[in-house]
Design a protein around this ligand. Structure first.
Ligand code: C5P
Length: 336
């Protein structure tokens, strides 16, 4: 049996993964709900900025209450040191931050131009991009069986989504003014960026000593700045005329809060588990949210769904089988 801290970290790993499954499922359901409501559309660029600001404030507060025990002076000194004295570390976080900001905006473009199920299927390619970047950048070594389980995972999620799409096409006719190619390009760039930024963040988090909260403050500062630039660039007219929080209903707030909370959760999952396991958690959450839709929106589960869900669950099982010496020792020289 492992030492006490090891067991503790082990527990955090599974708790964070389980919470991610539930959070992601609820995010999918709430976005789906908010998008089916009639009326004005909120600005997605402002949603990205607000979510960044929420994350930034939360991490700042956690550092104030935890690290600095409520002492504001000590907190300011700590932040000055972490953000400015150690400016090289701060600058390193500009890379994933830029990519995530781009990705968070691209996702809204993709969701608006593709049928929801097509978006979900294609976005699952990030399972494979993440694995490839983990191998390249973290020198993670995957056994052949694990590669196969990743393919099975992708195929399973795709099956679930295809089944949903078939059901939806029976209910909906006509796609409105959607640009399929733009949507597809957005989702493919998102997959590459998700894999790269996720693994880059993991490398910084596990290879240097700063806490996950400090790293997220650094990430959030750039994210808020870049997101604001993007918002003014794309939606300046609307923001000026109708305000930043135009068409923010309570449900939109719920989505934004959920997204901010989800971002922090992703950081914890990357700390206690890794990006590849994160992929399994989000795939499971697609199955969970589809089952929940059955009750909430009247979907019914058919054999194709059952097949896809079994593939996802089978993939989780196969991936986590004991793997002898397939794992490389943890990379030692990460802090480049
Ligand atoms: O789809 P994917 O898993 O790549 O999405 C990751 C999400 O988590 C992005 O929206 C990103 O902004 C957020 N994130 C975060 N803080 C981190 C890592 C990711 O807010 N440390």
């Amino acid at each position: 049996p492992g030492s006490a801290p090891e067991t503790h970290a082990q527990r955090l790993k599974y708790v964070s993964l389980a919470v991610l499954v539930v959070q992601n499922a609820s995010l999918i359901l709430s976005i789906r709900y908010v998008r089916t409501l009639p009326g004005d559309r909120f600005l997605s660029t402002s949603a990205v900025v607000i979510a960044e600001l929420l994350k930034l404030t939360t991490c700042g507060l956690i550092l104030l209450l935890g690290q600095s025990r409520g002492n504001i002076r000590e907190w300011l000194r700590f932040l000055y040191n972490a953000l400015i004295t150690e400016y090289r570390d701060t600058l390193k976080l500009a890379v994933p931050s830029l990519i995530y900001t781009l990705q968070n905006n691209l996702q809204y473009i993709a969701i608006s131009n593709l049928p929801a199920a097509t978006f979900q299927v294609t976005y699952q390619l990030k399972i494979l991009t993440t694995a490839i970047f983990s191998v390249l950048m973290l020198r993670t070594s995957l056994s052949r069986v694990q590669w196969l389980s990743l393919l099975l995972l992708f195929a399973g999620v795709a099956t679930v989504q295809v089944q949903q799409q078939q059901q939806q096409q029976q209910h909906l006719a006509g796609g409105g003014e959607q640009n399929y190619l733009a949507g597809l390009a957005a989702v493919i760039v998102s997959c590459l960026s998700s894999g790269f930024a996720g693994v880059y963040f993991e490398r910084i988090l596990k290879g240097t000593s700063g806490s996950v909260w400090v790293r997220n403050v650094q990430l959030g500062i750039f994210g808020a700045l870049l997101g604001t630039l993007g918002m003014f660039w794309k939606d300046w007219e609307t923001v000026r005329e109708r305000g930043l929080l135009f068409a923010y209903t309570p449900m939109v707030w719920a989505v934004v809060l959920n997204q901010a909370f989800g971002g922090l959760l992703v950081a914890l999952v990357v700390k206690y588990a890794d990006n590849i396991l994160k992929g399994f958690a989000t795939s499971l959450s697609i199955v969970v949210s589809t089952v929940a839709s059955t009750h909430l929106f009247g979907f019914h589960v058919d054999p194709l769904f059952a097949l896809g869900a079994s593939m996802v669950i089978g993939a989780v099982y196969i991936y986590s089988l004991p793997r002898g010496s397939a794992w490389a020792p943890p990379p030692s020289s990460l802090a480049s």
